[in-house]
Design a protein around this ligand. Structure first.
Ligand code: SF4
Length: 246
């Protein structure tokens, strides 16, 4: 598998203390993406030739790194796979998942929810928590980031029917995820599926330098106004809105 980063002692990527593994490869193209170096599946070199994005690891090599923090994985902690879209690597990840469970750590994945179903079917026996993006349900806007809301919604309903633990996260991006139409659809979708909490966050520009190194320009998005937040909470009510800060 090709990994860009293995980050230790993470606290926002699932329960307890976690190690987060960032894998390369994502089928979406969100213009607010803070990890643009994870979009392409292949190893990349920066335009100045000085930096390499991604390194190939075997399951055993990743496990050797992960197990150094074994003592911190008590109280539900463990390993979170992020990216990119980690589910694309499911065949390579399964042997690693088995080793992680053997040391008593939990497995979480951050997923777009929009990979073809057979990938989620393979992952099902191994994943303890899903941190699921809930981005755009308005078809014409979802197309802009290459997302198919129908595939997404069917996958989520299927994961819920399998009693998976799902946490939903929405980046607040004006003109994309944050439109009146989309927030209303998000509310409808969450209510229909009996989801009572949504994590939201404003995007940031920490990834700006990585865009430049890849010869790309990061798009700038403005912050939400007080009125926007009022609209968000009022529309989503009674769903609990939890604000994440990075
Ligand atoms: S789904 Fe995540 S990794 Fe993929 S482009 Fe969007 S923000 Fe980036």
């Amino acid at each position: 598998m090709i990994i860009t980063n293995i980050q230790r002692f993470c606290l926002q990527d699932g329960p307890g203390i976690r190690t987060t593994v960032f894998l390369k490869g994502c089928h979406l193209r969100c213009p607010w993406c803070s990890n643009p170096e994870t979009q392409e599946r292949e190893i990349q070199t920066s335009i100045d030739g000085d930096q390499i994005f991604g390194k190939e690891y075997s399951a055993d090599e990743v496990f050797e790194i992960i197990k150094k923090d074994k003592t911190y994985y008590k109280n539900g902690g463990g390993v979170t796979f992020s990216g990119g879209e980690p589910i694309w690597w499911i065949d390579e990840l399964i042997p690693l998942f088995e080793k992680i469970h053997k040391i008593g750590a939990t497995i979480a994945v951050e997923t777009t929810g929009s990979v073809p179903r057979p990938f989620y079917e393979k992952a099902l026996p191994y994943i303890d928590y899903y941190l699921v993006d809930l981005k755009i349900l308005v078809s014409k806007d979802a197309e802009k980031i290459r997302l198919d809301p129908n595939v997404y919604q069917k996958n989520i309903k299927w994961l819920l029917s399998k009693k998976c633990k799902l946490n939903f996260r929405t980046p607040l991006v004006p003109g994309f995820t944050f439109t009146k139409e989309n927030i209303k659809l998000i509310k409808k979708f969450l209510s229909e599926n009996n989801i009572t909490e949504l994590e939201v966050f404003e995007t940031h520009e920490f990834g700006k330098q990585k865009y430049e190194l890849l010869g790309r320009k990061m798009q700038h998005f403005s912050n939400l106004t007080k009125e926007d937040y009022n609209f968000l909470e009022k529309t989503l009510s009674p769903i609990k809105v939890k604000y994440l800060k990075w």
